[in-house]
Design a binder for this molecule. Structure first.
Ligand code: AMP
Length: 282
């Protein structure tokens, strides 16, 4: 596996690919099977797979969260190598935020103001600026993102639409532990009991989805179930895609693609999850 630290190395590498498409899988490291699934999918598409590991300070609205973000570079490299990843890009901050590119002003509309946009001010701007730089520097043919970060997927699609129409976007379903808990680097900060409690998030989403399919949504019981397990819900809503607009039961049939979105805190760790589903229309 090639280890690259500069954008110039990516450009040099691209020139040797002889037409094989370059897939970029951006991550912040502390890799788990969710991340590796993205790389496997990219491999299956016949791409040369480049995984980036960069903990982007600009997308953290909370200094403690940034400070506590797990960093496990040696273990990450071993996992990537074992997955058959072709190259890993591990730039430092100066390499990413070079003066030759300035910030872009991407209009996210309401998508930028709701849920993660609301509770993590500046987060999506940080995501957009770093991905803009990565996409400009690496010129990937395709990029792979996890549905686990559903709103981020919608934001990336907007970025691609506006600036990189030639990049193909792949959205990969959430990889879960056997308990149902969505895999996340932040899970490492949970106690054994916390991991057990956190699995209730998915179970409650599955129950709520059954209601939604019948045109009914009441999150009070689910929020209470989670509260009893020390999980404090930040939001739990029924939304339509791609804009994450809240669905009202009276017109739920108007939306084909729907989702339940959740964020909450357990043991001081912020957890997000979602369930995407489609409404079958006759
Ligand atoms: P992160 O390192 O958290 O920035 O995540 C890097 C990429 O991995 C993002 O596209 C995430 O959506 C994706 N990802 C994280 N967790 C999972 C998961 N459990 N299943 C699938 N993709 C994931």
């Amino acid at each position: 596996m090639n280890v690259l630290v500069s954008s110039q190395e990516i450009i040099d590498l691209k020139s040797k690919l002889a037409g094989k498409p370059l897939a970029l899988v951006p991550t912040m490291g502390a890799l788990h099977n969710g991340h590796l699934k993205l790389a496997e999918e990219a491999k299956q598409q016949g791409c040369y797979v480049l995984v980036s590991i960069f903990v982007n300070p600009r997308q953290f609205n909370n200094a403690v969260d940034l400070d506590k973000y797990p960093r496990t570079e040696d273990a990450d490299r071993i996992k990537l190598e074992a997955t058959g990843v072709d190259a890993v890009f591990i730039p430092n901050i100066a390499e990413v935020y070079t003066d030759d590119l300035s910030d872009i002003n991407l209009d996210l509309g309401e998508l930028g103001n709701v849920f993660e946009g609301h509770f993590r001010p500046g987060h999506f701007d940080g995501v957009v600026q770093v991905l803009y730089r990565f996409f400009m520097k690496a010129c990937p043919d395709c990029v792979f993102f996890g549905e686990k970060d559903l709103q981020q997927c919608m934001v990336v699609k907007k970025l691609i639409q506006a600036y990189f129409p030639n990049i193909s976007f792949f959205q990969i379903p959430t990889v879960r532990d056997v308990s149902g808990l969505a895999m996340s680097s932040r899970n490492q900060r949970l106690s054994k009991q916390g991991l057990d409690f956190a699995s209730a998030i998915y179970r409650n989403l599955v129950e709520l989805k059954k209601q939604c399919l019948l045109g009914d949504f009441d999150s009070v019981e689910a929020i209470e179930n989670l509260r009893k397990l020390n999980i404090e819900t930040e939001y739990l809503e029924w939304v339509s895609l791609p804009n994450l607009s809240i669905i009202r039961p009276e017109n739920f049939r108007n939306f084909h693609e729907q989702a339940l979105v959740f964020a909450g805190y357990l043991e001081g760790v912020r957890l997000i999850d979602n369930l995407v589903f489609t409404l079958q229309t006759e």
